[in-house]
Design a protein around this ligand. Sequence first.
Ligand code: HDD
Length: 740
Amino acid sequence: MPAEDNIKIPGAPSIEQPAVEEPTAAREPLPPKPDQQGPEAVSATGSPTGAPANSRAQSGQYLTTAQGLRLGDTDHSLKAGPRGPILLQDHHLREKITHFDHERIPERVVHARGAGAHGTFRSYGTASKITRAGFLAPDVETPVFVRFSTVLGSRGSADTVRDTRGFSTKFYTDEGTYDLVGNNIPVFFIQDGIKFPDLIHAGKPHPDREIPQAQSAHDTFWDFVSLHTEAQAHTMWNMSDRGIPRSYRTMEGFGVHTFRLVDAAGKTTLVKFHWKPKLGVHSLVWEEAQIINGMDPDFHRRDLADAIESGAYPEWELGIQTFPDTEDQMFEGIDLLDPTKFIPEELAPVQPIGLMTLNANPTNYFAETEQVAFHPGHLVPGIDVTNDPLLQVRLFSYLDTQISRLGGPNFAQIPINRPHAPVNDMLRDGMHQTAVHGGVAPYHPNSLDGGCPFMAGQDVGAFVDVPEEIAAGLKERRNPASFDDHFSQARLFFRSLTSVEQDHVIQAYTFELGKCYEAVIRERQLVALANIDAGLCAAVAKGLGMPAPTATVDTPDVEPSPAVSQIGGKWPVAGRVVGIIADSEGDMSLVAAARDAVDAAGMVPLVIAPSGGVLEPKHGPAVTVQRSYLTARSIEFDAIIAAGGGIPAADAIPGRDAKAGEPGATSDPRVVLMVSEAFRHGKAIGAWGPGAAVLDAAGVPHDAPGIISGEGPDTVIPVVRELLSAHRAWERFPAAGSVS
Ligand code: HDD
């Protein structure tokens, strides 16, 4: 490298430099994942555990202290006699308890609840025309780690709350780590990062009682968003089905801000990043989401891990919308620096640039998912930021927060955060320093370490800040006038939805505002809704039992963007869960055939029976049971097949026409509940034989949309599969008749 270039100070005489080896050896890049950890994991019987090599799993070797001292007893403290006090000299006790006392670290101030996965990103090369980022060149494969999250809840809160979801991706590229720290919603609540503490203080539980947990349905949230009306567009997305995703696997992701791609010649293009799930964008329905929070608070975390473990690897295409980097940075009248606005795909199509596949679960939640540290300022050559004032504040906040969360400035040395590119920094010492740096001159310029390390030019991969011309004005605390429109994008989104989706939005606002105690907050939010859409306002006001106010601003009319609707289209059914209700009265060969057909279609069959174990039938083979009536609930299944569900003949009074749950009823009330919930939630339901009676007991018409009552699996399973590819039988939901 040209050493003399490296140590020139303007006006200073240049120092003659011999060509030397770098004394501060670059830290070795990590070997390919997942073997980032300690000695090979061996089970108690001496066989490999399946955990990656060096995972420091418990092994068949002797238990030791942290210093490697073998221990003979870890169950009893050292005491002065068996009934005497414990001695301070018990070094093992003190080490064990002290370490335990310090096991917890502060949870993330937002996005505390999350789930992660490893994978790879393969670039199509389509972006290489406009960026010199090496990992976006054709066919380059880059390891990634992704963390999905909710925003408001604590680390132990439930997964399926109504909230925005985080979608953070760490690309371990050869040119340094690139982080894309986005959400599942393309717009944000605020335009300037200085408002972030206000937004989060309003959304988090009330400071006096610390309730409600992981909810926006409370006074402080609606107080803030109704006063700070730039939050209305994001709030509208949260009130739509986007706020309650079916799975992390069925969420879109958005970089939200406008970023800047730079090619080798320095030419810039403005872009917005999109993640498009191969499985389509699907959501829960609100009642279902609420039941899940009680029945299985880990629903999304479990779904992601199970899918990856079973080989149904989730995939997303990364895409970009591109815009000319003009002086005003506007596109079709929308300010590209305003993060409360998105650009409809109809105006700027999303162009695919690569495919991400998540194919490995973390080995250790704390080491990987908890300690991973993302930062929108982790950039690579060819990708740069813009002056979006929300992004600008984020560029400060994410490094800062890790210092208290991960205990100091050396968090980049934690295995999950280590770059795969060689590191040769001059950062030294600090809490939790684990590197042993050589050399004597960690400063620049120096002559003692041979002037090393050297500065790179763009030709050898240096990051070059885009030399952007700034039209400087007054130094002042003020937004541009183009940030003033707070309602048109909320209107755009609402009017782009189908009437079923609009009804869900109405229900969500009515629910959330119905949980607010202060009438003045409900009234103020109704005014915001009147500014967005008079029909929406009237429907919510009716549900709240309040008068509908009139609009206070003249919101401009907008072209709808059908691309934001989730309804329509057919999607792969891989990993969808189908519950098969069976009992010993039915023909078990049909149940076994249904299970095999569901499995063969790439879905997950779960047999539900009166009790666990093996179902010993009167007809057909014995079938293993995965769920009993006690442990099963409709929310676990995307579709239900009723091939049984009766009360054992001995307990029923034949011919007695009793309601479910009453003496003499012929269907188990838990099965009836399961089927009626699945019906209410628009799920596909198939039935044959004794299962048909369960439909009757649940009040499910055999000819309703999404219901298939047939002779057996041959006729029923293909129809259920087809119905599932549309996610739900949408015709079963009421449409929003009262919306303008
Ligand atoms: Fe943020 C975490 C996404 C605005 C400050 N944010 C965090 C995470 C995601 C986002 C996905 C979780 C990262 C992880 O999994 O570890 N945040 C966003 C998006 C925003 C946004 C898409 C707007 C477009 N955030 C934002 C602002 C600020 C922060 C304006 C501060 C001014 N965010 C943080 C943080 C967190 C964080 C406090 C908490 C934990 C962390 O950073 O590492 O610094």
